[in-house]
Design a protein around this ligand. Sequence first.
Ligand SMILES: [Zn+2]
Length: 79
Amino acid sequence: MGLAVASHQIAAAGAVLRQHEERGLSEDELRAANTIADLDAEQTTCPACQGTIPGGVVRCPECGLRFQADPEPGGPSCH
Ligand SMILES: [Zn+2]
């Protein structure tokens, strides 16, 4: 049983893949990535509710979105 895809569909799929590579992350994805990478900033904007979050806070006070997972209980400590 072979791959039952018409040749014109393969070409379309290839075009979409190329487009995706050239485009990279979407604006929303980039904004979210920047926000998450910006935890050390004085304040940041919640990607979910666009609320302002004070620096160092890992949980949005507006909607409760968590930016960092809790440390694993019983996991390796840094000491
Ligand atoms: Zn929020």
